[in-house]
Design a protein around this ligand. Structure first.
Ligand code: HH2
Length: 261
């Protein structure tokens, strides 16, 4: 899953795609590099990010969804926690609602997901983006994340979302310290075993900087991103949300060839 951030303030690539032409060129590049899904977002969820009005989020994302859909059949995902944005994105041609709040962003989110009939990514986050990194705390992070995701899948199904439409994501970096992130990455099998496809987002995240103090610039975190992506692949995750598609596809290709041999 290649990341297309149509935001001025995303942590690694904010402001790089200020208009439709640059967004479309980036999307085409990710497709050519081997992406199987594009995740399009119009609001940053990094710690401390400013909220974005629904009209602004729609203005950022809908034109690109429509433009990519007009020339490619690649599945598109909308990265939003607003049901109104998800509804409009699916109307414009998106197939997946990637919701970092696991359908807790609005009271009607589960009903809207059921009505849209699209795939839904349910991600774990402790707290909310503005404050989530202040003091994340767990007794047993892996067990608590797994329990949360199982409960959100149940809530989605109770609202009418079909079981086969549900993806789970442990939410690396969302209300988690370095120790929490590493525990999750070391025990991804306990999320995979819940029986839903798992999406993992580790690309360029700050836990890599905490392990390599020289990697303050997110663009300098490719090595760590690939190491964590391969850990995910070995644990059986179904999809990796990444900025560097070509390099990740190459790493996965080599990993798979070694496994086959
Ligand atoms: N991470 C980010 C955003 N959305 N969605 C899912 N399902 N999983 C993730 O790990 C995830 C996500 C953060 O990365 P990015 O989009 O690059 O930054 P920002 O939120 O600042 O736009």
């Amino acid at each position: 899953m290649g990341v297309v951030n149509l935001t001025p303030d995303s942590f690694s690539d904010g402001g790089r795609l200020p208009d439709l032409a640059s967004g479309l060129a980036h999307a085409r590049g990710l497709i050519a590099a081997g992406a199987d899904i594009l995740d399009i977002g119009g609001e940053s969820t990094r710690p401390g990010a400013e909220p974005v009005a629904e009209t602004e989020e729609l203005a950022r994302t809908l034109p690109l969804i429509a433009a990519v859909r007009a020339e490619s059949a690649i599945p598109l995902s909308i990265d939003t926690f607003k049901p109104g944005v998800a509804r409009a994105a699916v109307g414009a041609g998106a197939q997946i609602w990637n919701d970092v709040t696991a359908l807790r962003g609005a009271p009607d989110s589960p009903d809207v997901a059921a009505e849209l009939g699209c795939d839904v990514v349910l991600m774990h986050m402790q707290g909310e983006p503005r404050t989530m990194q202040a003091s994340p705390a767990y007794d047993d992070v892996v067990a608590e994340v797994a329990e949360f995701l199982a409960a959100r899948a149940e809530a989605a199904m109770a609202a009418g979302v079909a079981r086969e439409k549900i993806w789970l994501d442990p939410g690396v970096g969302f209300g988690k310290s370095l120790v929490h992130n590493l525990a999750i990455l070391a025990h991804l099998d306990r999320i995979v075993i819940l029986g839903f496809p798992v999406l993992l987002g580790v690309s360029r995240k700050s836990f890599i900087h905490k392990l390599d103090k020289t990697a303050a610039d997110p663009a300098d975190r490719l090595g760590g991103s690939l190491a964590a992506a391969l850990a995910g692949a070995r644990a059986g995750v179904a999809a990796l949300r990444v900025h560097d598609v070509r390099e990740t596809v190459q790493a996965l290709t080599v990993e798979a060839a070694i496994r086959r041999a």
